[in-house]
Design a protein around this ligand. Structure first.
Ligand code: NDP
Length: 234
């Protein structure tokens, strides 16, 4: 059955790979983008997830064209890396506002239709950094750890309504986000992973697709690492 899927930040990187995975399976896929030309093949809605009004408008457009969102992938995220002593309050709050409050905004809006349908899949893209921490990423890791508590609370709140809520926790993955790091930083992260390489966006997408599938209907409140082994045991 073709489902109405929304992937935030689906215009590039991991989000785009996720959007492709659902579209290839025959789902109706909407993606958000903020500027420039969005990729073709999806319903692209302009939306900054730090703005509740824009989130509501995006949902209205998707609901009109694809029906209520049945699978939400809250993927959009940013980094503002800095050591604590140099991290401004704005560095901290902007990352929290996008990565955590942004996920709250899109999940809250999705919940309306899911409750009515008595089914739905909430999927949050967190990070291995949220579990093991990362020097220079206190803001980012806090936002991603926050997503885990958020997702697990929703799992408890919404399970009786047939809605699952899960987290995918990628490790270092080859996207623009990593291009912003120095070669030395990337090499250190790669060496830290038992599998000694970066992840590919398609490998993250495969886990997201599984957790949204019928086969995963009995999985909720889970944190699924796709990280080359970096977060083992967490
Ligand atoms: P990219 O930097 O390549 O893409 C980030 C995406 O998020 C873009 O589509 C961007 O949109 C969107 N976005 C950022 N801020 C907002 C906002 N305020 N409103 C709407 N969209 C926004 O990152 P990745 O693809 O690598 O990351 C995707 C997710 O995976 C993120 O949550 C990230 O934290 C997580 N992750 C990534 C890892 C990695 O190593 N790459 C590791 C672990 C987790 P726009 O094009 O408009 O800027």
């Amino acid at each position: 059955m073709s489902r109405s899927v929304l992937v935030t930040g689906g215009n590039r990187g991991i989000g785009l790979a996720i959007a492709h995975a659902f579209a290839e399976a025959g789902d109706k896929v909407a993606i958000t983008y903020r500027s420039g030309e969005p990729p073709e093949g999806f319903l692209a809605v302009k939306c900054d997830i730090t703005d509740t009004e824009q989130v509501d408008q995006a949902y209205k457009e998707i609901e009109e064209k694809h029906g209520p969102v049945e699978v939400l992938v809250a993927n959009a995220g940013i980094t503002r890396d800095q050591l604590l002593m140099r991290m401004s309050e704005e560095d901290f709050t902007s990352v929290l506002d996008t990565n955590l409050t942004g996920a709250f905004r899109v999940a809250k809006r999705a919940n309306r239709g899911m409750l009515r349908a008595r089914r739905g899949r909430l999927i949050f893209v967190a990070s291995a950094a949220g579990m093991v921490g990362q020097a220079g990423q206190a803001n980012y890791a806090a936002s991603k750890a926050g997503l885990i508590g958020f997702a697990r609370s929703l799992a408890r709140e919404l399970g009786s309504r047939g809605i699952t809520s899960n987290v995918i926790a990628p490790g270092t993955t080859a996207t623009d986000m990593v291009s912003a790091l120095t070669d030395e930083q990337v090499e250190a992260m790669v060496q830290h992973a038992p599998l000694k390489r970066m992840g590919r966006p398609e490998e993250i997408a495969a886990a997201v697709k599984f957790i949204a599938s019928d086969e995963a209907a009995y999985i909720t409140g889970a944190v699924i690492p796709v990280d080359g082994g970096v977060g083992m045991g967490h």
